[in-house]
Write a protein that binds this ligand. Structure first.
Ligand code: ACO
Length: 429
């Protein structure tokens, strides 16, 4: 790690007791108070529901400035990466710390193809799910099942085992994602092809059918590469923290990533991309496209409704990923020569959000999920697959976070504390 700078001590005083707590700064000027000795020295803990103020690690991977709307992976700006790289370059960057050169890129691509098949016994698992099972449930189950097929690589201190695990996971998760979609619509699965690169291969597995000899469109491949890059990492978000929480117990990588997929599924996290489209459809059908009524509903304290795809724990300005996704959605539609009434509605809703003080005063702006779903929709990817797409993109970030945690001497099993507020000791007599 690039290291931190010591800034001296902070003093905490309560009644007659004072303690000194070290303060340090990261490479982009973020400051932290190190409270590791707090409970031992004072008997007190911190109270921070949702970990809003709690740093759980030092990390070299991703930098976010939520106030300025900045996102960088390993120092590179998200816009530059989305413009100039393929998704597998960014996956390599996150996992290995540097962008691949041509040879490394080609070798990685070959390895990803090499590992792309699922064990045939796993293929049969898909047959046992009910019709219309959600692909996220199948994906999570398939990923944890990988640990039953590849238990021989448990020793994660061996770099070769790690490389195998990483490429296997990236490649097979994508295959399992496409199979889960085929299962959910009752179509025969399509095997990965050696001749196709990572994103093309996925699109082919999704859209080729025995009655439609699908040809992968380079516009779609480019859009998919960009979208997956936007999703690739977001430092200590909920799903990454879940991956690390599970991994911190010593559970294997597949089990940890499977748990992360479940966390990502929730509508307040990655599941929001599916809910954005459902919300826009509902505004169209039930509100006659009247965004003002929807805004009033979201602002009402009596109503738990929230505008999906708006607001973020870290970004208090426009999410930089939403900007890229919005432009990409327009580009894809333009290249296809089509339009989408839901995109027009989304832009109207965005304008209403940006103009309303309720949202501005709370730092609520469109997040990544606001426009990515519309782009997936333009690419013919069905709504129930949106969060799966997010998961495919996020895997390299989860893996990078997991590897960093493995090598971090400060890392410990995660175990928050609580303030008990229940009955004091009582007897049954
Ligand atoms: N619509 C209306 N009001 C909102 C919204 C929204 N989408 N989001 C937050 N608020 C309001 C809250 O009601 C609260 O108002 P109050 O201060 O008057 O009580 C205030 O803004 C702060 O909200 P919190 O829930 O405290 O903010 P938090 O940081 O905990 O939540 C979250 C962030 C979960 C993303 C929230 O903004 C939300 O629910 N957004 C909609 C779901 C969504 O888009 N999730 C995807 C996030 S991106 C991702 O995970 C990939």
């Amino acid at each position: 790690m690039s290291g931190t700078k010591n800034l001296g001590n902070a003093k905490l005083t309560f009644n007659d007791t004072s303690i000194e707590l070290p303060v340090f700064e990261g490479s982009e000027g973020e400051k932290a108070v190190d409270i590791r000795t707090l409970r031992k020295e004072t008997g007190m803990i911190t109270y921070d529901p949702g970990f809003v103020n709690t740093g759980c690690c030092k990390s070299d991977i991703t930098f976010i400035d939520g106030e300025q709307g900045v996102l960088r992976y390993r120092g590179y700006d998200i816009n530059e990466l989305a413009e100039k790289c393929e998704f597998i370059d960014v996956a390599y960057l996150l996992v290995h710390g540097a962008l691949p050169n041509k040879e490394q890129h080609d070798a990685f691509s070959v390895q990803l193809n090499h590992h792309s098949l699922l064990h045939e016994d796993m293929r049969h698992f898909f047959d046992a799910y009910p019709e219309h099972a959600h692909p996220m449930a199948m994906l999570s189950a398939m990923v944890v099942s990988l640990s039953t097929f590849y238990p021989e690589l448990e020793d994660v201190s061996i770099q070769e085992n790690i490389d195998y695990k990483v490429t296997r996971l990236l490649s097979k998760l994508r295959t399992a994602a496409a199979f889960s979609y085929k299962k959910s619509i009752g179509h025969p699965i399509v095997y990965p092809k050696r001749t196709l690169k990572y994103c093309e291969n996925f699109l082919n597995m999704m859209f080729w059918t025995p009655v439609n000899d699908y040809q992968v469109d380079p516009v779609m491949t480019k859009a998919l590469n960009k979208l997956l890059i936007l999703h690739a990492d977001h430092e200590q978000n909920c799903s990454a923290s879940v991956v690390k929480m599970v991994a911190g117990t010593g559970a294997n990588l597949y089990a940890s990533i499977s748990a992360g997929i479940c966390a990502l599924w929730g509508p307040l996290h990655g599941g929001a991309n599916q809910h954005v489209i459902e919300m826009l459809q509902s505004i169209m059908n039930n509100y006659n496209g009247d965004v003002k009524r929807v805004i009033e509903r979201a602002k009402s304290k009596e109503n738990p409704f929230r505008i999906m795809g708006v607001g973020h724990r870290v970004y208090k300005s426009y999410d930089p990923r939403a900007k890229v996704a919005k432009q990409m959605c327009k580009d894809v539609l333009a290249k296809l020569g089509t339009s989408d009434a839901l995109l027009d509605l989304a832009q109207e809703l965005e304008e209403a959000v940006l103009a309303d003080d309720y949202f501005a005063s709370r730092g609520l702006y469109p997040n990544i999920d606001f426009y990515t779903g519309l782009t997936y929709r333009a690419m013919d990817i069905p709504t129930n697959m949106f969060t799966v797409m997010f998961a495919i993109g996020r895997v390299p970030g989860w893996i990078a976070q997991w590897l960093e945690m493995r090598d971090d001497p400060d890392s410990r099993i995660g175990r928050p504390r609580q303030i008990y507020t229940g009955p004091v000791h009582r007897s049954m007599n």
